[in-house]
Design a protein around this ligand. Structure first.
Ligand SMILES: [Zn+2]
Length: 631
């Protein structure tokens, strides 16, 4: 009876097998169902189509089924059917084809018009037949209802469990489920995993910028642990090169602060991904988390620190535009300044020499990469002054006790780093032994497997060598015992340095070199607190000194044209030309703010600025108006 519906006219046209799954997860999990869908190809052949006329449309793998708008495969199917090229559409459970009713009816309608059959594993439907049409329509409706109830049922169940803190979702790396029936969260028994996560939080404490945490980890060749979520090797730990997104995910995850949280992401919005058609969620603020149980399990950091980390991360993202710049300076920290907001290297913007204005430190890499604004900028002068003061103090004999504390801190840091490296090396050596055993166990005649195992073994050996070299280099860097001669030299230098620094014979180039000899980088954050710049000096020794520098307020102590000279210009403006005024001022011995002779341009600038037109006097101004304030 089924076969009777298939006519030769159908077999002359294409048979389309439409294969689809809902989510990438299902694509992985439901291999079986995908195989069943591909078997429909055989069914088409059994129904009388020649193999060459069977086409498989599977572009929708991994797209969600709620609307057809993003499923190009479905759209292609509809257009092919509409053009009358298709004799039969085969799919697993016909009702799965299009879950959205309107899409579904459209397809049935078009199939009806173009006399195209629809088939699944069990039956063939002829949409021209009113009975078949009814059947298909009902199936589509049921499918939609099922999608809805299934979703709400799952959703409600999840929420009920979540409210009790018992919903089992994959635990973040660093936690494992305890043996009890409740499945309590426990810290990962793998010490290396625990210590590495702890190190990430410690680095963020120190650096304050996620990007710099990534940079430091990479510089120290330290990797991040991750748990395999796929079916094979489920739950095993793999080590991955740190990325910014991975670090941010760790820093943003409240689980590490011991909290059980569910519903952080809000899926109620309407924005959809252009690529996959899935809804784009957004992160809810802490106060709006639907399920939030504090002290649910042991944490890697305190809740307070977690909250302050979030503020810090937000501040780093919400960038402000640049601020005004002021005058005079030499940008001594050129090449040393790093942005405390985004972690990029900051550049120096030099003014035209004639302007004699102070250069600015500017973070504009993001801007050149396409951000809307430059990240931040600040006048170099106050920052330079602050850093230089700290620098001179740091090398003064009075700061010896500080130096001792500094030494202690370095020792502590070095010990921590050494421990990380040793753990990593130990793991790598273990991996080598494992690979070697695997290799030795395989039958040498089994060439393909043997050579693959040998390759892996070699790879791991190389990694050990790499790590050993890094370890040796780090140890070497960490050596810094001073000879008595060096100590004497340093002591002499500390006495002399302030004098050398201030000497008129010392050039800025030399001052820069002096700073570089002691400072690794200077991190600037002029965004987090209005009117202030948070300066973190990272010494070559690895120690960090922090200071707050007041932002230079435009005009506060900027260079000014002497008030008396301005008064003279105002007085002369009604009777003389700009050039005459300039000549008159120069003859009277006045000089500009920069100690140079007046020109007609300069006089014209002051007249326009103060609203004093040549030959007239602005009615609201007296010749000695209180304009000095704004100069
Ligand atoms: Zn920046």
């Amino acid at each position: 009876m089924t076969i009777a519906k298939v006519q030769p006219t159908h077999c002359d046209r294409l048979a389309c097998v439409y294969v689809r799954q809902s989510t990438p997860g299902q694509v992985l999990e439901n291999r079986e169902s995908t195989e069943r869908q591909y078997q429909l190809q055989a069914r088409a052949i059994a129904l009388g189509w020649s193999p060459s006329r069977v086409e498989i449309i599977d572009e929708d793998q991994g797209r969600t089924g709620s609307t057809a708008a993003h499923r190009t495969g479905f759209q292609r199917l509809v257009s092919e059917v509409g053009l009358g090229r298709v004799g039969i559409v085969l799919m697993l459970e016909a009702s799965r084809l299009a879950r959205n009713n309107s899409d579904w009816y459209r397809l049935i309608e078009i199939c009806g018009l173009s006399a195209t059959l629809i088939a699944d594993e069990g039956a063939v439907y002829n949409p021209c037949d009113p009975n078949d049409r009814l059947l298909l329509g009902v199936k589509g409706t049921i499918s939609e209802a099922e999608l809805f109830t299934l979703r709400t049922r799952l959703y409600e169940g999840r929420w009920n469990k979540a409210r009790k803190g018992r919903l089992a979702f994959p635990l973040p790396t660093g936690y494992v489920r305890g043996p009890g029936p409740e499945g309590q969260w426990e810290l990962d028994p793998d010490m290396q995993v625990r210590e590495r996560l702890g190190y990430v939080f410690e680095l963020f404490r120190r650096e304050g910028v996620a990007r710099r945490v990534v940079r430091t980890l990479k510089a120290e060749i330290l990797e991040l642990p991750a748990r395999v979520m796929g079916k094979e090797r489920y739950g095993t730990v793999v080590w991955k090169t740190p990325t910014l997104s991975a670090i941010v995910r760790i820093l943003q995850n409240p689980a590490y602060a011991g909290a059980y949280v569910f519903g952080r992401w809000d899926y109620s919005g309407n924005r959809r991904s252009v690529r996959t058609g899935k809804k784009l969620p957004h992160l809810r603020p802490v106060a709006q988390w639907p399920v939030h149980l504090d002290a649910h399990h042991p944490g890697y950091l305190s809740w307070e620190e977690f909250v302050s980390n979030q503020t810090r991360l937000r501040q780093n993202w919400n960038r402000e535009g640049s601020r005004g710049v002021a005058r005079d300076g030499t940008a001594l920290l050129q090449g040393l300044v790093v942005c405390g907001v985004c972690g990029r290297t900051m550049g120096v913007q030099h003014r035209v020499a004639r302007e004699r204005r102070s250069p600015s430190y500017m973070c504009q890499q993001g801007y050149s990469d396409g951000d809307a604004h430059i990240c931040q900028s600040m006048t170099s002068r106050p920052v330079d002054a602050g850093v230089v003061q700290v620098f001179l103090e740091a090398v003064s004999p009075a700061s010896l006790p500080v130096a001792m504390r500094v030494l202690d801190q370095i020792e502590h840091d070095l010990a921590g780093q050494r421990r990380q490296r040793e753990l990593q090396l130990e793991q790598a050596r273990y991996d080598v032994r494992l690979a070697q055993r695997q290799y030795e166990r395989v039958d040498p005649d089994h060439r393909l497997v043997a050579s693959e195992l040998e390759r892996r073994w070699n790879e791991r050996l190389e990694r050990v060598v790499q790590l050993e070299q890094a370890h040796a280099k780090a140890e070497e860097d960490a050596q810094w015992d001073l000879t008595p001669e060096e100590r004497a030299a340093i002591s002499a230098l500390s006495q002399d340095l302030p004098a050398i620094w201030a000497a008129p014979t010392t050039t800025n180039q030399e001052r820069k070199q002096l700073l570089r000899s002691a400072i690794d980088c200077v991190q600037l954050d002029g965004v987090s607190t209005a009117g202030q710049i948070d300066v973190q000096i990272r010494w070559r020794s690895g120690v960090v000194t922090r200071l707050i520098v007041e932002r230079h307020r435009a005009g506060a102590d900027a260079l000014k044209t002497p008030a008396e000279a301005v008064d003279r210009i105002h007085a002369l403006a009604s009777t003389s030309t700009y050039a005459e005024i300039a000549a008159q001022l120069n003859a009277e011995g006045w000089r500009t703010a920069f100690g140079r002779a007046f020109t007609s341009q300069h006089v014209g600038y002051i007249c326009r600025r103060d609203g004093v037109a040549r030959g007239t006097l602005h009615p609201t101004l007296t010749p000695t108006g209180n304009l000095e304030k704004v100069h």
